[in-house]
Design a protein around this ligand. Structure first.
Ligand SMILES: Nc1ncnc2c1ncn2[C@@H]1O[C@H](COP(=O)(O)OP(=O)(O)O)[C@@H](O)[C@H]1O
Ligand SMILES: [Mg+2]
Length: 409
């Protein structure tokens, strides 16, 4: 069997008969993949698109430890051939999500389906064989050498003959570039090598999907790229993967979908372009564009004006914003808040945001009431003139009873 294995194909030799997902055109992966419609339904009948087969379906997943909520109502499906990156900058729960999917940590509530079958304690072992996992800390057996680490699963669980398992392991070691290390023990390997062995071990089980839990985060920076290269090749080969990572380059390059997680669930999802270039929701934008912000809330016309101006100056200083910009922001805030907004709306909020990546500065104010652009209706002509001179763009929006006036510098 191992003789059929093409070099350069990182997948296990059993895997050449797969059905690749037909919905991938336009994605970032290699172009030869898009014409590969082997579904029996794809017989040229354009009216009935082939059904997309979902490998994993997560329905209303909820996980908590005692009162500590980690995941709340998480829903998604992973289709065959998809590579989904999960980025999760704030809070914790990355490992918990992957561990809940393969029931290493059974969900508190919710259901997980694997290839249409609901995962239960009873079918769990069989399903785990098809759902490989690569851990942050490699998880190799320290008392077994590299070949033994790779062959133990196929021999014990898949009843592959030892001879065949060894042949297959040697093929896999070739593809992860570690043939020379076959008889070394984990302690004789670098972190990057250990992780490559862990990937080979996972592939030896011919999984239908691989879950990667921050596969490069425990590595020395010099070793990150060797492991990323293997993961990139796997993605190209059509392996279905769910990758939790903080390597944004990797996520951008290999995925067809990216999940941005916050507030205990998928906060925003989209193609790498949607998430990394045109994120729509505030927390995603704030993370992707590294947006820093300064907020000041006002509750009456007698608010502490000096504190607001001092706060802006301090914020600009901390973020090394040029002096001239800092002065302009202070002036804008003074004219808009003091002379126009607070006199009419004594309860309001000022926000200044700055993104070094976008090289942009923005000052916005929000206030509740009827829809009104206070600059248009202002009677203080001098203030209006100063504001219009300083701001390149002024935009008024009204959502759910709240006015938001955004000034771009
Ligand atoms: N078995 C457990 N029992 C109780 N709390 C846990 C357990 N596993 C993880 N946690 C808690 O759940 C949170 C998320 O953990 P984890 O998913 O490992 O975070 P991450 O992988 O994002 O660093 C942490 O606060 C952790 O302390
Ligand atoms: Mg973790």
């Amino acid at each position: 069997m191992s003789g059929q294995h093409r070099s350069g194909d990182l997948r296990s030799p059993h895997r050449n008969d797969d059905l690749r997902s037909p919905h991938r055109s336009g994605d970032l992966r290699s172009p030869h993949r898009n014409d590969d419609l082997r579904s029996p339904h794809s017989n040229g009948d354009l009216r009935s698109p082939p059904p997309v087969m979902s490998i994993i379906s997560v329905n209303n997943l909820h996980k908590q430890y005692d009162k500590n909520i980690i995941l709340k109502d998480v829903n998604f499906s992973v289709n065959k051939g998809e590579v989904i990156s999960i980025i999760w900058p704030s809070g914790a729960g990355k490992s918990t999500l992957l561990r809940a999917i393969n029931f290493l940590e059974p969900p508190t509530s919710g259901e997980i389906f694997f290839e249409g079958i609901k995962i239960t304690q009873k079918n769990l072992n069989l399903i785990r064989q098809k759902m490989g996992m690569v851990f942050q800390n490699f998880g190799l057996f320290s008392h077994l050498n590299v070949i033994e680490n790779i062959t133990v699963g196929p021999v014990k669980l898949l009843k592959t003959s030892p001879k065949e398992a060894i042949e297959q392991a040697n093929e896999l070691l070739k593809t992860v570039g570690l043939s020379e290390r076959a008889y070394h023990y984990p302690k004789q390997l670098s972190g990057g090598q250990k992780q490559r062995v862990a990937i080979a071990r996972c592939l030896a089980m011919s999984p239908d999907v691989i879950l990667f839990d921050e596969p490069t985060s425990a590595l020395d920076p010099t070793m990150v790229s060797e492991v990323m290269a293997i993961i990139r090749n796997l993605a190209k080969s059509g392996m279905t993967m769910l990758v939790v990572t903080h390597e944004m380059d990797l996520a951008r390059d290999i995925s067809n979908r990216v999940f941005y997680i916050d507030d205990y669930a998928i906060y925003e999802e989209g193609t790498p372009k949607d998430i990394f270039i045109y994120p729509k929701k505030p927390k995603t934008q704030s993370f992707i564009f590294n947006i820093q912000s300064f907020n000041f809330e006002v509750f009456s016309t007698l608010f502490d004006y000096a504190k607001m101006i001092g706060g802006i100056e301090n914020f600009c200083f901390r973020h090394a914003i040029p002096k001239k910009t800092s002065i302009n922001l202070q002036l804008l805030a003074e004219e808009l808040m003091m002379n126009i907004l607070v006199v009419k709306y004594p309860e309001c909020k000022l926000t200044i945001t700055y993104s070094e990546k976008l090289d942009s500065y923005q000052l916005s104010v929000s206030y509740y009431g009827e829809p009104e652009n206070v600059i248009d209706n202002a009677t203080d002509d001098l203030s209006v003139m100063i504001i219009k001179n300083l701001a390149k763009e002024i935009k008024h929006q009204y959502v759910d009873g709240k006015n938001v006036l955004t000034l771009k510098l």
